[in-house]
Design a protein around this ligand. Structure first.
Ligand code: ATP
Length: 219
């Protein structure tokens, strides 16, 4: 399963940020997107997560398009695309009023991806593999940054995405937690998910990615 971006363009107030950009991310790949501040990294992440509208181009996951030659597909098609795409936000965006387990179950239950028991088993399995199963009933506010990050990753993995995006995954972490997240990302990639990491952390990018791309190439 691959993410395919072709001829992608985006301007704000007639100021191009991304112009005729091409990128493919295949399964098992860990692509790190690095570059100076203000060169479009967040914009790119928002475009491929359908949080921002493209002016031109194609964004698709194998045959499931989000936008083809500048034309957005219908709602069902957009949902099909989005179901294959996962995102771990910089501030994790956990639901503060829900426990760790409830955070993991919310979306897959709403999407009817399985019974509550089946989904709970999957959640336990993921939390176990991330060595955070003891926090299953904890509220997000009681977690450390590294723990909250792992819960956010587990929540994204509940939907079995083909591509998983990370926005600055190490910005709030100490060295040890960053190392653990790097290894966790490698394990997820080995299991078949393609990874895109936006980061300012060049050491992390070099150590854990299989390919580095630069946002200076967006224009
Ligand atoms: N909603 C918006 N309206 C107008 N301009 C925007 C908007 N979003 C982003 N921009 C502009 O697009 C350019 C790219 O911004 P973006 O946030 O994508 O860069 P970035 O590489 O992620 O930066 P940083 O590393 O600082 O997070 C900037 O010039 C920014 O001002």
């Amino acid at each position: 399963m691959s993410l395919i971006v072709e001829n992608l363009s985006k301007s704000f107030n007639n100021q191009p940020v991304i112009k005729n950009y091409h990128l493919t991310i295949d399964e098992n790949e860990i692509v790190a997107l690095v570059g100076r501040s203000g060169t479009g990294k967040t914009t790119f992440l928002r475009l491929i997560n359908n949080l921002e509208l493209a002016d031109q181009g194609t964004i698709q996951m194998n045959d499931d398009s989000l936008v083809k030659d500048g034309a957005y597909v219908g709602k069902v098609g957009q949902r099909n695309y989005q179901n294959r795409m996962g995102m771990v936000f910089q501030n994790y965006e956990l639901f503060p009023n829900l426990s760790v387990l409830e955070n993991l179950l919310e979306a897959p239950l709403a999407q009817k991806l399985g019974s509550k028991e089946e989904l709970k088993d999957r959640a336990m399995e993921l939390l176990n593999s991330m060595e955070i199963v003891d926090k299953i009933d904890a509220m997000p506010s009681t977690l450390s940054g590294g723990q909250a990050q792992r819960v956010a990753i587990a929540r994204a993995m509940m939907l079995s995405p083909d591509i998983l995006c990370f926005d600055e995954p190490t910005s709030a972490l100490d060295e040890e937690s960053a190392k653990n997240i790097g290894k966790l990302i490698q394990t997820i990639a080995q299991q078949g998910t393609g990874i895109l990491i936006v980061t300012h952390d060049n050491t992390f990018a070099k150590k854990y990615s299989t390919r580095i791309i630069a946002s200076e190439d967006f224009l």
